[in-house]
Design a protein around this ligand. Sequence first.
Ligand code: FAD
Length: 406
Amino acid sequence: MTFATPHADSPSPQRLPVVIVGAGPAGLTLGNILRAASVDCLVLEAETREFIEQRPRAGVLEEWAVRGLERRGLADVLLERAQRHTECEFRFDNRRHRLAYHELTGHHHFVCPQPLLVTDLVREYADARGGAIRFGVRDVQLHGLDSDHPAVSYTDPGTGRRELVRCEFVAGCDGARGVTRTVLPKSARIARQDYGVGWLALLAEAPPSSDCVVFGIHPCGFAGHMARSPEVTRYYLQCPPGDDPEDWPHDRVWAELQERLGADDRPPLTEGRLIEKRVLDMHNHVVEPMVFGRLFLAGDAAHLTAPIAAKGMNLALHDAFLLGDGLVEYLTKGEPAGLNGYSEACLARVWDYQEFSQWLSEVYHGASSGDAHRAGTTLARLRRLFASPSAAVAFAEQYLGTGPMP
Ligand code: FAD
């Protein structure tokens, strides 16, 4: 493990128990948990507050995750406005097949666009709980992570000065392309999986065309429909990895969506202006363990999960709950059990969700793989879901997320 030599322009570096790198769902939830227990911390974020409050990404939260936020006083606004979803729908062979997962399990999903969750979490952390946060920081560097006295340095965007913060723990919550991934020691195991497909991720200024999430399984490729708000809908279209979004003009997008999400007994989708259009290459990676010396990874920094099963933000919250609780126990009572068990407890859920994503990927992409055998087994899986109540329950449990309540 190699680290840069600390260098600061300030004569006396700041000292804090915890520095959190990254103000996404993981970093902000963690910061809020620490502040609620009066543990001081500093959040360092490379982007501006306006940017992170508007960055569109996820939208589906699992019920346990919302209950976890609620127990930590972080879900008041969310619960007032989030829609509850109780069913999803598969469309194949031009027919609709509903899976009423609430009826099967008693549990549901919440629809909460990630920008709204992030906005709530920043407000609560910075404005209500008085948490320290620096936006727009540059060149964050980590020092001494394998010692008892790590430090984090960064360039302040206002003054241009190098600042140094000494701390006891660094939380790497800086997503899949952050700085913490770059300092992992050689002992880190990184498991990667590439699905070999791309998804054109779209946000349309159009009301949802269904009251639930819709998965279109089609020989031309997968398509997805997910409500974000009464005015905005997320759509996905499977495409070759690395495809250029410019090759997907408005008319082509809507023609493909209408075709792949079509059903004989449904009117066409309501079309609208496309306000986001980007190609995501579908791949995963998992870093094991999630702790290196005094560096604790959380969220996408530790495990990137392609949005196939809409799990990434939920896993980020799960990590933040466990890390926040563990740090509070250790820093306020000297109790190390939570921190010692952190990596193992997170990875159990991570691998469970990775396995489900892999299973679901085959359902989504098998029909268009060009391989007649894969297409045949995909249809067999789908038919089983709607013919066998126990297969439906097993699917519903994984779709909703299983595991102990954090
Ligand atoms: P991030 O949200 O990536 O936050 C990391 C933060 O660190 C960012 O603010 C970044 O600016 C900052 N940062 C990065 N580098 C540095 C640095 N060097 N210094 C300081 N700050 C830095 N998940 C679901 O659960 N459900 C869904 O429906 C879903 N849909 C998705 C749809 C799309 C199109 C995409 C792209 C993702 C989706 N996800 C979904 C995944 C979800 O968005 C992520 O898993 C989630 O954002 C992870 O949160 P995080 O806090 O770990 O990381």
